[in-house]
Design a protein. Sequence first.
Length: 363
Amino acid sequence: MKIALIGTRGVPANYGGFETCAEEIGRRLVKRGHDVFVYCRKSYYNKRLPDYQGMRLIYLPNLKFKSLDTLSHTMLSVIHAIMKRYDVLMVFNAANSPTLILPRLLGKRIAINTDGLEWKRGKWGSIAKRYYKMAEWLSTKLANRIVADSKGIQDYYRECYSVESRYIAYGAYISQSRNPELLEQLGLVPGGYLLQITRFEPENNPLLTIQAYKSIVTDKKLVLVGGVQYSSEYYRNILSEKSNNILLPGYIYDKDILNELWCNCYAYIHGNEVGGTNPALLQSMANGCFTIAIDVCFSRDVLQDAGVYYSKSLEGLASKITWALENESELASFKTKAVKRIYENYCWDKVSVEYERLFRELL
């Protein structure tokens, strides 16, 4: 099959979940004998490789505005793609659904991974939220198959649009600490810090994590890895909280450092409340972290009994952190369950096989 992956920033993955998904399934599909073409945004890559791990890369422009970055590039990508003899167009992000009108009219076979509930994100104004809601509906009309990355998203599309979707989760790599000395450059020691890795947006609750941390007494540090693409008042409020015990190192793309951060944290705090299956949550489990997750269906779908849950309040999160600090001997069993869940349910090889099966069904 000739498969086009459209709607991400591109590969090599250096930003988020869609990019990682495209890279992981793309290179595996190549090994299984398929031709994979990945559309990449020019502005995100100073060094533009013609191919990567067997995938052929196509670079097209994008408008560097928050509301047009994704849509502008996907529009150009789709126009380019309909002139090629691809068997399947795999599109990421429901926001891109308006670009699918022409390929659907031309009889192209289309699957779309809708992601989470983008219209619930605090960074968008009322017009953008209405657009995202409309785009969700349109994706159910133009795509031949909807891909849901969590049971919660699958239920949402069934209840709101009476549409059945294919559940295909993300994957993660089980890993262990290999070089804990890398933590020294951040002023950290193994087990001496709490960790959260996320974009600094209201629905991910990094500011709540800071407030809960400041309300308890502990000698462990708090490390918040991440940032935002476009500045906001919420982001500036987070930056103002930086101190000797609250570290804000920004985005970290070095996979070795990230691995050590996950493997050696005392506890991982997951605050994302509106997405589907969150890649950072999966990786925290794969690295054997004890995880404190916000109590929403998307967290429970993935974590189940392999962690503990907090209600969205300062007191709710603070109480769970305090419990973890006072009950260190009980954390190991949660870590073991987390790794087991990744091994059994979130392996990239299994995810890739599911995508291949979906593409064959489309044909």
